[in-house]
Ligand binder design. Structure first.
Ligand SMILES: Nc1ncnc2c1ncn2[C@@H]1O[C@H](COP(=O)(O)OP(=O)(O)O)[C@@H](O)[C@H]1O
Ligand SMILES: [Mg+2]
Length: 269
């Protein structure tokens, strides 16, 4: 059975309206994601990628249009009410985990988010076993270090842990905003592989922003390229599988009648 897990119906957002800083960041974006879709999102600086994710998460209300997550209209809901449906991982490895707490305590907190019971009775043996299994998927050896303080971990390990925490309660939607951009290339690849595994195993519907075209091509079943607050390209299926960076640049210039500018070239190949 296939069902729409995310529906954006013509959403628009203008920041600082009526001022000299007015910025139309989203211009009527339409997007439907089916259950299990793993969509990579690229586009130049300021194209509106993070704004799409913030709109979905409910950081502020959109000006027009509606947003459905797992069939639920969340357009009027504040972010904390949407949080039960959505997992997020950001760029900075220092956010998303609590440095002074253990790995297993961080996972337990994520598992109990929004529930009354805190960590008062500690982590149960059953929970510990579940976390061990999940950590094993990452292939970073963290399952052997469950009582280590998170502050001792590397940036990549912390991002991988944040990813597990964001997906522990199987969200309807996983939003990743350049979650490997702050890591060195080798570590970034490890975290991307871990992402691939977690997303695949849990069959998570995912939007992953990256500034790396190669990563955008190699991961996921669908690729979206944004430009000036709109979706300029939406590539899937066989076309996505056979895509090269050159194809992508060519398709972009055809779709937007623009060459890739210097600013957009910040996207790395
Ligand atoms: N909270 C905000 N207040 C004002 N302007 C914003 C805000 N968030 C984003 N913008 C502007 O909207 C545009 C799109 O930004 P963003 O979605 O962050 O781009 P990116 O594709 O690089 O993630 C940019 O011009 C940015 O400066
Ligand atoms: Mg961004």
């Amino acid at each position: 059975m296939s069902a729409a897990m995310l529906e954006l119906r013509h959403i628009s957002k203008t920041f600082n309206p009526g001022t000299i800083n007015e910025k139309r960041a989203l211009c009527g974006v339409d997007l439907v994601l089916e259950e299990g879709d793993f969509v990579t999102v690229i586009g130049g600086n300021g194209a509106g990628k993070s704004t799409v994710l913030n709109a979905i998460a409910g950081v502020w209300p959109v000006d027009e249009g509606s947003i459905l997550v797992g069939g639920i209209d969340v357009t009027g809901l504040p972010d904390y009410k949407r949080a039960a449906l959505i997992g997020r991982v950001f760029q900075d490895p220092m956010t998303g985990t609590a440095a002074t707490m253990q790995i297993e305590e961080n996972l337990a907190l994520a598992a109990r988010r929004g529930k009354r019971r805190g960590l008062r009775w500690g982590v149960t043996r059953a929970e510990r076993e579940e976390y061990r299994e999940r950590l094993r998927i990452l292939e970073l050896g963290l399952e052997e270090r469950m009582t280590a303080k998170v502050g001792l971990l590397s940036g990549g390990q912390r991002q991988a842990l944040t990813l597990l925490m964001a997906t522990l309660r199987k969200p309807k939607l996983l939003l990743l905003d350049e979650h490997t951009a702050a890591l060195d290339p080798k570590t970034a690849e490890k975290v991307l592989n871990a992402t691939e595994k977690v997303v695949g195993q849990e069959h998570l519907t995912t939007l992953m922003i990256t500034h790396n075209m190669r990563d955008a091509i190699h991961h996921g079943n669908r690729l979206i390229m944004m430009n000036e607050g709109k979706i300029a390209l939406d590539i899937r299926g066989e076309e996505k599988k056979n895509l090269t960076v050159e194809d992508l640049l060519h398709k972009f210039s055809v779709a937007t009648e623009e060459e890739f500018s210097n600013d957009q070239a910040l996207l790395s190949r």
